[in-house]
Ligand binder design. Structure first.
Ligand code: ZN
Length: 77
């Protein structure tokens, strides 16, 4: 299954919510592994970028953070 940037973008709420199916989550992770643009978007949404400092902490569940860190290949935030 190949996912486009637009498809990933549409799935971001579910991605952060942890409500993606395993298949879609795998597809999203595969896309992130090959798409630096989407990694940047996710990193900023996750709070690594300027959003974290300007808008405060995003209310993400820890398991979502874990999943995102794993998808991005980040061991520890
Ligand atoms: Zn992309």
């Amino acid at each position: 299954m190949t996912m486009t940037c637009d498809q990933l973008d549409a799935l971001l709420p579910e991605f952060f919510d942890g409500s993606l199916t395993a298949e879609l989550e795998t597809a999203a992770a595969d896309h992130l592994a090959t798409c630096s643009d989407c990694r940047t978007v996710i990193s900023e949404l996750e709070g690594v970028g300027s959003l974290y400092r300007t808008h405060g902490r995003l209310d993400l569940p820890e398991d979502a953070r874990e999943r995102i860190r794993h998808a991005l290949g980040i061991e520890d935030g």
